[in-house]
Design a protein around this ligand. Structure first.
Ligand SMILES: [Zn+2]
Length: 314
């Protein structure tokens, strides 16, 4: 066995939408804001879905088959290195920032968080906030947070399906309303909320802000690039390569082969269409929203059908 289908860990939020249940096959008795498709985060792990390993977590797979299934690029002694999510926003997410590795240590966080987004669906005029517009002084930044004008200092970008954003740790950002996206990130669950539009939850309570830590974690110069245009290698379009992950898009139209080498596991997430994935004697049917984890060294995999697949690896 070299490929397994994963079942996500799902969470709700005040901003969550209905699309992940309606269109991406996610199951929960609440509106799903985030589906953690590939997660080794303690207590929030995704699990194998179906087959003889049904219900097994990623750490269970590592215990059973050895750390070699992660590949030679995985660092020893650390947890599962990346986290892949679907996120669906009916309302905007807070203006937020994540620490880099250095600040995570300094601030006692569970890890740095560089992330990237691939927009799957966007309602008309949907937008994100992505980094500061201009160089900004710490005092001016602090003032804009406290008087609620922080959004005026940020790049507001209208988005379309297929757009890809690379969000280095420290970039102040927010997903706006009406967006469904696939996020690939370092394994970390640390978000510092800088501004939450003064909104309240069903119980009339505001969510906690983390302004002091957020100010330390925030990068006050504009991002050096907005998004990766992609470089084509064979049938794969490389979207982002960084120290933490390499993410590509495979457009499957008929049969397409990809190789999973000894250097890293690969994760395949379907953002559009349907088809199948085959490795040796194993064949899994795929539909929009599905994620398959392939062990490092799985070798040649055949993707078949008509679908868009996001491949993530180290
Ligand atoms: Zn984020």
């Amino acid at each position: 066995m070299k490929i397994v289908r994963m079942r996500p860990y799902c969470t709700g939020a005040i901003w969550g939408g209905k699309k992940l249940k309606a269109r991406y096959g996610k199951e929960a008795d609440f509106d799903v804001a985030e589906a953690w498709e590939l997660s080794g985060y303690p207590g929030k792990e995704s699990r194998v879905s179906g087959g003889e390993l049904d219900g097994m977590t990623l750490s269970g797979l590592i215990d059973t088959f050895g750390r070699g299934i992660l590949g030679s690029k995985a660092k020893d002694g650390e947890g599962f290195p990346i986290l892949i999510k679907f996120i669906d926003s009916a309302a905007p997410l807070s203006i937020q920032v994540h620490p880099d590795d250095k600040n995570a240590k300094l601030l006692g966080a569970d890890g740095g968080k560089t992330e990237m987004w691939i927009i799957c669906e966007a309602e008309k005029d949907a937008y994100i906030y992505f980094g500061v517009k201009d160089n900004i002084k710490p005092e001016t930044f602090a003032e804009a947070i406290s008087d609620g004008t922080i959004t005026e200092k940020l790049n507001k970008i209208y988005v379309n399906p297929g757009d890809t954003f690379f969000i280095k740790a420290g970039t102040v950002h927010a997903i706006g309303a009406g967006i469904t996206l696939c996020e690939i990130q370092q394994t970390s669950d640390t978000t510092y909320r800088l501004y939450d539009y003064d909104r309240v939850d069903a119980g009339g309570k505001k969510r906690e802000l983390h302004i002091e830590k957020g100010k330390i974690a925030s990068c006050l110069i504009p991002p050096d690039h907005f998004y990766e245009k992609g470089e084509r290698i064979g049938n794969e379009n490389i979207l982002v390569t960084c120290d933490y992950f390499t993410v590509s898009r495979v457009d499957v139209n008929g049969k397409s082969c990809v190789t999973v080498g000894d250097d890293s596991f690969s994760s395949f997430t379907v953002t559009q269409g349907s088809g199948s994935i085959e490795c040796c004697e194993d064949r899994l049917r795929l539909k929009k929203g599905d994620t398959v984890f392939a062990f490092a060294g799985a070798g040649e995999l055949a993707l078949d059908g008509n679908m868009t697949v996001i491949r993530s690896k180290l």
